[in-house]
Write a protein that binds this ligand. Structure first.
Ligand SMILES: Cc1ncc(COP(=O)(O)O)c(C=O)c1O
Length: 410
């Protein structure tokens, strides 16, 4: 396990004068805290003996039924027996890696991919092989090639880790035809898919993309979370897995934590049962859409020529690729001095690529702060471009796909 190289900078980045476009903290300012407060105090007063006690290793049965309802908009028709409640979806990713991975086994992951999942995979000594994506997500042909290359190298691909909807960090969404192709390729090669879907309900046009798991209950483990649709502080997520995997998940979870916290599970369960949670999700969507609009508008207005970026239709993130010759990690200290922060692209790759890119998140700051942050960022990039013009270009091998030079969008 290693700490991120940019971790120390984030202490500085959290100062109030810095506009942080770095963190991915859900913006829970719209949550009805009075409702949550009264449901939690009622929970303790009326069912404290259960809520404050150990519970089942697989998770509370009523919550598992409700999770099946929560997944329904994604097209998934599941049985509560196949759901394992976890401490956030992060624990589900950890348990799945523990179950499947021996040191040196291959996990395929999009290029770029979710930074903390990569950390988990590394901590079990997985060999992470990135698969190219474009603005429509993972590219099926590249997946086929990657599986063949791993096989030719005499290694075993344990699973594909993918975030098809409102990707973190790339901000792109895979269309249905590609999802079908990915599923078909994985079926043929007998590669399990771990579908991570914390943002699926947060699409700005209100449409929920059909999950890959909706079309195959055996080849896919689906991982979900209440962190973005309710509150991350409860730390409740889940995995929906084929029977044999589910049994191992429960065992691994019991060995690790005994059981997920009863209090959090019952609080989430009461919230789902007694509150119009879908209306709350709709409010979240509208709030995030307003922030996405602010970011795209600011990027369109202010970014210098040569930079390009994705245009997310849901979720929290934009993936920005800098004009040629500029290194996002080397630029970060200067950006923080100019009171704006982002996460350099290299954090999202296991293989050192991504140096020309960065993740910008729009979930937390107000629209005005987002515009100000983009203004400061554009200024820093322009200064870098001037330096480059004076002292010559920094250069690095670029991965094809999202990071490749694209037509000028500014
Ligand atoms: C893609 C993805 N997966 C998993 C998680 C973990 O979420 P949690 O453990 O809060 O459910 C996150 C959090 O940001 C995420 O972006």
């Amino acid at each position: 396990m290693t700490a991120s190289e940019t971790r120390s900078l984030f202490a500085v980045a959290s100062r109030p004068e810095v506009v942080s476009l770095a963190g991915g903290m859900p913006n829970i300012s719209g949550l009805p805290l009075d409702v949550v407060g009264s449901l939690t105090s009622e929970l303790v007063a009326k069912r404290g003996m259960t809520a404050l006690q150990y519970g089942s290793g697989q998770g509370d049965p009523r919550l598992r039924e409700q999770i099946c309802e929560v997944m329904r908009p994604t097209g998934i028709n599941a049985h509560p027996d196949d759901v394992t409640v976890t401490v956030g979806s992060q624990q589900a990713l950890d348990l799945l890696t523990r179950i499947f991975i021996d040191p040196g086994d291959v996990i395929l992951a999009e290029a770029p991919s979710y930074v903390v999942a990569l950390g988990t995979f590394r901590s079990y000594q997985a060999d992470i092989v990135h698969v190219e994506m474009d603005d429509q997500g993972l590219i099926p042909d590249r997946l086929r090639e990657a599986i063949a290359a791993v096989r030719a190298a005499g290694k075993s691909t344990k699973y594909l880790y993918t975030i098809p909807s409102y990707h973190n960090p790339a901000g792109v969404t895979q269309p249905p035809e590609r999802r079908a192709a990915v599923l078909e390729i994985c079926r043929e090669a007998d590669v399990l898919i771990v579908e991570d879907d914390p943002y699926g309900l947060l699409g700005f046009d209100g449409e929920v993309p059909r999950a890959i798991r909706a079309d195959d209950a055996e080849q896919v483990v689906y991982v979900g979370s209440f962190s973005k649709t309710f509150a991350p502080g409860f730390r409740v997520g889940w995995a929906l897995a084929p029977h044999a995997v589910r049994e191992k998940l429960v065992l691994a979870s019991e060995n690790s934590i005994l059981c997920p916290p009863s209090f959090s599970q019952l609080a989430v369960s009461d919230y789902l049962a007694g509150h119009d949670w879908m209306a709350q999700v709709k409010d979240f969507r509208e709030m995030y859409r307003e922030r996405r609009d602010a970011m795209l508008e600011a990027l369109d207005d202010l970014m210098p020529a040569g930079a390009h970026w994705t245009r997310p239709s849901g979720g929290f993130y934009v993936w920005l690729t800098l004009p040629e010759g500029i290194d996002a990690k080397a630029m970060l200290p200067r950006a923080v001095t100019n009171r704006v922060a982002y996460v350099p692209g290299t954090a999202f790759f296991a293989d050192g690529f991504g140096s020309r890119s960065m993740r910008l998140s729009y979930c937390y700051p107000t629209p005005e702060r987002i515009r100000e942050g983009v203004r400061r960022l554009a200024q820093v990039i322009e200064q870098e471009m001037e330096l480059r013009a004076t002292f010559g270009a920094w250069s690095a091998a670029q991965r094809p796909g999202l990071d490749a030079p694209a037509p000028d969008q500014s």
